[in-house]
Design a protein around this ligand. Sequence first.
Ligand code: AP5
Ligand code: MG
Length: 214
Amino acid sequence: MRIVLLGPPASGKGTQGRKLSASLGLGYLSTGALLRENIEEGTPLGLSAAPILARGGYLPDDLMCPILADWLIKNDSGKGWVLDGFPRSMPQADFLDRCLSENGASLDAAIALEAPFDELLRRICDRVECLTCRWSGQRSELSKGNICPKCVSPAAPRDDDREENFRNRHVEFINLTIPVIDFYRSSGRLISIPATGTKDKTAAAILSSLEFKI
Ligand code: AP5
Ligand code: MG
């Protein structure tokens, strides 16, 4: 099964992407996490990406599409995958359809997570990420001393979790990603999921929306 997860920043793409790939035994790619790893490692990709992520912009399509193509070649075992954060623009959506059709494959579902702006902003201000294992959650989930509940290492806010950066990311989402959501709706592949309930409730809603496809 091949699934893309769409939604504004902090709608829960990472949270739900990890749960969904584990539930269905699928591969998982977060393009944002991949870029942050490259920034930390100081790779050429990381050096190009750093100033763009720092201001909350999207990377150019001609940089992102080859990254996706490379990942698909290495990770498409046949069982399928969940993409979190790709496609984010119409050229990326067209590119993904072309990559799949060249291999006789197609996308099974595009899941759009929906939550109001104020809730997204609240989540961004509360998010922390483990500096070692990359667990991500809310401050209230940390052990005493800002320690990751999974691997007992320090956790901290993500570098781009500042209000101004979040607002810029949200504007990019409206301008460039809403057309992608409309495109999947018009081609009958969109599943819209309200993402304001608990994490588990949202995960259950996603799984049940996919039941007829599994
Ligand atoms: P990316 O890392 O994908 O960032 P984003 O889209 O801004 O989304 P976030 O990761 O901030 O949020 P999320 O939806 O994953 O929510 P999460 O599960 O963490 O991309 C970063 C940057 O990389 C982009 O801005 C761009 O520059 C670049 N980039 C990446 N891909 C690109 C592409 N294809 N093209 C161009 N540029 C690209 O949840 C958020 C918080 O809320 C967490 O604390 C979580 O615990 C909490 N939470 C989640 N669900 C719930 C719930 N139901 N109830 C309560 N709290 C919840
Ligand atoms: Mg994420």
